[in-house]
Design a protein around this ligand. Structure first.
Ligand SMILES: Cc1cc2nc3c(=O)[nH]c(=O)nc-3n(C[C@H](O)[C@H](O)[C@H](O)COP(=O)(O)O)c2cc1C
Length: 211
């Protein structure tokens, strides 16, 4: 089994990376493969809302020359997805937001490729805005019918300079416990294959507030 993590920080070895590694170490100890893809240093434009991914049904975003389509196939093959982000102005940094908007829009427009995968999110911040950023990340997971493991607090770790999160003992425990629970959920879901029948997928009902 494999968990694919996306690091939304512009820094390759910053606090988000350290936090992802803490989760990943527990996954690896439990025998689960772990890989981090660095997203935050890329040039990724926002979704054009053109609907091309839904019309073409080829599991591809029509915007060329960035990592979205490659990452989509990698994520499709993984059993679990871990989203990691620093907090910028109490939210997800722009590059990561563009990445997630497009990755998850292509996925849900092409039959919901991440449905019933295990998904979790973590954030690193200096002081404030962790919860709103964590909520933002969780919106992608919950829209996609993903299975979400929890920890013993909300998945936030504190630090400013790269690596400073290593001094946040409670934050480190939150990441460790999340990693253990994520591994456990992955194994439970794997063991249930062929024994417990997954619920049938319902076609999405789209309504809005004027009709
Ligand atoms: C543009 C920018 C905006 C930030 N906004 C916030 C913020 O709203 N709240 C906060 O606590 N930290 C904020 N920070 C600090 C980072 O979230 C913090 O240093 C974090 O640990 C960085 O993680 P990284 O090393 O993985 O990039 C901001 C940093 C930058 C560069």
């Amino acid at each position: 089994m494999k968990v694919l993590a996306f690091n939304g920080s512009p820094k390759a070895n910053g606090n988000t990376f350290h936090a992802l590694q803490l989760v990943g170490k527990e996954l690896e100890t439990a025998g689960i493969e772990f890989e981090i893809v660095h997203v935050g240093n890329q040039i990724i434009r926002g979704c054009l809302a053109c609907g091309g991914c839904g019309r073409n049904q080829n599991e591809q975003c029509v915007i060329p020359n960035d990592i979205i389509n490659e990452c989509l196939q990698k994520a499709k093959e993984a059993d679990g997805i871990l989203l990691g982000s620093p907090v910028h102005y109490s939210g997800v940094p722009g590059t990561m937001k563009s990445f997630l908007d497009r990755l998850f829009y292509v996925s849900t427009s092409n039959g919901n490729l991440f449905r019933h995968k295990v998904g979790a999110a973590i954030v690193a911040d200096r002081r404030e805005g962790g919860i709103s950023t964590l909520n933002e990340l969780n919106h992608f997971l919950t829209y996609s019918e993903m299975m979400i493991p929890t920890s013993n607090y909300w998945n936030i770790i504190y630090g400013t300079t790269p690596g400073e999160v290593e001094q946040d003992e409670e934050g480190k425990q939150i990441m460790r416990v999340l990693g253990k629970n994520m591994a456990y959920l992955l194994k439970v879901m794997d063991a249930a294959k062929g024994i417990v029948t997954a619920p049938e997928k319902e076609d999405k009902v789209y309504t809005h507030f004027v009709r």
